[in-house]
Design a protein. Sequence first.
Length: 382
Amino acid sequence: MSDFIFRISPNIILGPYTVSRLGAHVSEWGSRFMVIMDPILGEAKSSEKILQALADRKIDCFVFSELTEGTSTKTIERALALAKEGHVHGIICCGGEKAMNIGRAVAAFYNEIHPFYSFVDGALPNTSPLPCFCIPTTYRTPFVFTSEIPITDARSHQLKFLKVQNSVCKLLLIDPNLTLSLTDNQKATLSIELIGMAIEAYLSQKANFFSDTFVEKGLEILSYALDGSPSLDITTPEEILLAQAGSMISLASASSSLGMGSLLSLTIYSRYKINKSLAASILLPYALEDAAKYKAARFEKPAHLLRACEEDVKGEDAAKALIEYVRQKIALANLPTRLKDLKLTIEQLSLAIEDVSQVDLVNSLPRSMTTDDLFDFIKVAY
């Protein structure tokens, strides 16, 4: 076994109303920032609170909210040019994964003189990044804890991973109040995606005692948010429980690895702009069924933590109970259960499969899978 070396970056602050102290946290890094803001925050009036927190500290900023193309290289290139023109001291990104990924990319390559697409094609940054501050409005941020950023190459619509400096993000500020505007459907898909991320990290070939610990505690907290506490001792509001579970499972994923469902949902999003959480929720029960053939014993702990079965249920029975638990959650939320419900053809999905095979993370799956294996899996889920 290799040595365990613990480093955590970024720092994490989690709690209600913590966004009101944003100005205090970023002021030591500069006085002019670019704020990459999800437009939904404006509709929910949350953007006003974020910008006011900066204004109270006399911090100058301008907002970039052109996120309609998602994490496309075109969007990143445009945001990067604006940041350089603005001579900013740092980047603040507020929103879902799109805002987080764009913000970190702008911060990572701000000081580079080479064309941005050279980094899309695999070059590594040589300069120090700008400080980046991430304020997520969803429950999962797995890539914030890594030196990789998933993006969409606008030239091919393929998923690519940018390699960036470990020190890009200085602070992850999680204010559960910012998630209150999520719809029931969004909360359902995000919660199911969290379960998938946790199981993937638990089954991965890169799983370790650290990631296992965070998965187990994260699933325990998530079960309280989804199904209530088994006792009256826990009275924490749902949005705080989801934020806590999400941060722990995201950290576990970064310490271990994402799996087949997450990778396929990323490539489907890159190719066809299908909501990643929705695709991940559809794929999850099929991915669990596939993994149960090889690692049924590893399903016991997650199944018990989610209270999908009694403590005395073991092995394959625990795995079946966990799969049924996920399917019940999908049914209760009235979510689609097949990939064909996304209006995609099997031919279109075959392109997403080819994209997965080009990603290094495919080597961390619970078992070795060829392109043919992935295609067989997709046919079952189709």
